[in-house]
Design a protein around this ligand. Structure first.
Ligand SMILES: *[C@@H]1O[C@H](CO)[C@@H](O)[C@H](O)[C@H]1NC(C)=O
Ligand SMILES: *[C@@H]1O[C@H](CO)[C@@H](O)[C@H](O)[C@H]1NC(C)=O
Ligand SMILES: *[C@@H]1O[C@H](CO)[C@@H](O)[C@H](O)[C@H]1NC(C)=O
Ligand SMILES: *[C@@H]1O[C@H](CO)[C@@H](O)[C@H](O)[C@H]1NC(C)=O
Length: 434
């Protein structure tokens, strides 16, 4: 589990309620000429998103619906026994497992088009402590209760004896870990006429020890996801490793920071972020693209340089001519909004394990991206940071709305025993663009 996150100091104790920040007025008729960032006119807590069998850290969702459903991938997941939070905390050792990632479905209404299917939390379900303060639940489900990580471990990723957290030998010899954490959505590049879906997951793969990164120029892996459309409702999409070092050591892991298919459906644009921090505390971002029909073929990739050119030459992670401004630097999501008439990045400020949601917009995926501004503040954790802001544009019933999730940590049993033990909640928020 992300114990390291629980051990971080408390960044944000205040701001227990959400405010949509004051809106700048602007015209909807000519989005291209807008001089200020968009803002939200309304925001409300829609539901808790939850698979009752799991305690999950951060979740993201694929960029398009698979049939009429949302496909989620989540980072570190504690597999509960009998859906019991008490067992997790009161009876250590009773939880059934811990894996680096899990997948899930969630249902939409009306064939997908009318937004997420929200239900009152079922009374017979576990995790009542987590659901009790929510009127509605977005139920995540599917797959057998996880015994293996959804993102598969390769033989040299510290998975000895089937270890599914990347903490097995040889990492266990020195306390390191290969965390296969999906940081950004599976990018859907094809929905075939029979409804089958092809998507891609890019994953930066450092070695860590606690929170501390051991290799700042790690390789990046590419995974292929395929859903045949006629599988049973519980079956998760297939996933396979394309190449463990698709982006070699010393390069950016394009796609791990974010990505978006352009409106023409021509290119998949992929953002990567360096693990190095510059003197202003920013981690540089770079951009690549490939034709939507060839993400597995590294020879089809082009790399963006900040003189406005594309090249087949892949820059090193230290090559300042590849650095661009795109987003605010913390976790977020890129997508196109036809309501705003712009590409949008929604996410967190750099170095902010925080509850501030920032926005940046651009006319093209390669920019220019507007200077990010904070447009919403989400309820803080009761203890520890809030993080992993993710937007879910595929869930919207109309383009003026956008759903967001994030992770907050809530005290188990109201911290009655002063143990500071927390469980994870992934609230689902509904935002309306101004
Ligand atoms: C989701 O929809 C499927 C049918 O596509 C249904 O079998 C399943 O019970 C639904 N699950 C939830 C949690 O709504
Ligand atoms: C720890 O072990 C891993 C896996 O064998 C290895 O890659 C790494 O270099 C080691 N790190 C240290 C600090 O010894
Ligand atoms: C593509 O990947 C192969 C190895 O997988 C590598 O040898 C080759 O140099 C790469 N080509 C480009 C253009 O990155
Ligand atoms: C990149 O820069 C860092 C310092 O920021 C340095 O430690 C590292 O060796 C550099 N890597 C390469 C490949 O030049």
């Amino acid at each position: 589990m992300s114990l390291h996150l629980r051990l971080l100091s408390v960044f944000y104790l205040l701001a227990a309620s959400v405010h949509a920040l004051p809106a700048a007025t602007r015209s909807h008729t000519d989005p291209a000429s807008r001089s200020s960032n968009p803002s939200f006119s309304a925001s409300s807590l829609a539901a808790i998103s939850l698979d009752p069998n799991y305690q999950r850290d951060s979740c993201v969702s694929a960029t398009k619906l698979f049939g009429d459903r949302v496909f989620w991938v989540c980072r570190d997941t504690i597999v509960l026994t009998d859906q019991s939070l008490n067992d997790e905390f009161a009876n250590p050792g009773v939880t059934s497992g811990f894996v680096s990632s899990t997948g899930s479905w969630s249902n939409q209404t009306s064939g997908g088009a009318a937004g997420p299917l929200l239900v009152p939390p079922p009374s017979g379900q576990g995790q009542q402590q987590a659901t009790s303060s929510y009127q509605y639940q977005l139920t995540q489900y599917g797959g057998d209760i996880a015994t293996t990580a959804y993102v598969p471990y390769a033989d040299d990723e510290c998975n000895s004896d089937g270890n599914q957290a990347g903490t097995g030998a040889p990492c266990s010899n020195n306390g390191t870990r290969v965390p296969l954490w999906p940081d950004s959505p599976p990018y859907v590049t094809q929905v075939a006429s029979d409804g089958s879906v092809t998507a891609w997951l890019y994953l930066r793969r450092p070695l860590i020890k606690g929170l501390s990164i051991q290799n700042f120029e790690p390789p990046g892996s590419l995974y292929y996801i395929y859903w045949p459309s006629n599988d049973g409702a519980d079956t998760l999409p297939l996933i396979g490793l394309v190449n463990e070092e698709f982006f070699p050591e010393g390069s950016f892991t394009y796609g791990d920071y974010g990505g978006v298919v352009d409106t023409a459906g021509e290119y998949l644009y992929l953002f990567g972020q360096s693990l190095y921090t510059d003197s202003q505390g920013n981690q540089p971002i770079a951009l690549a693209r490939c034709p939507v029909d060839s993400p597995a073929n590294n020879r089809t990739y082009e790399y963006y340089y900040n003189d406005g050119t594309w090249s087949s030459v892949q820059p090193s992670v230290n090559d300042t001519s590849a650095f661009i401004s795109a987003g605010a630097g913390g976790q977020g999501t890129y997508f196109y909004s036809s309501y705003l008439g712009q590409y949008v990045w929604l996410g967190q400020l750099a170095n902010s394990l925080g509850l501030q949601v920032a926005v940046s917009v651009a006319p093209e995926p390669y920019g220019p991206w507007s200077a990010p501004s904070v447009i919403a503040i989400l309820p803080a954790s009761e203890y520890g940071p809030t993080y992993s802001v993710a937007a879910h544009p595929e869930m919207s019933s109309n383009q003026q709305e956008i759903y967001l999730t994030y992770t907050r940590q809530v005290y188990w049993n109201n911290n009655a025993d002063n143990s500071d033990r927390t469980f994870y909640e992934n609230p689902l928020w509904h935002m309306t663009w101004n």
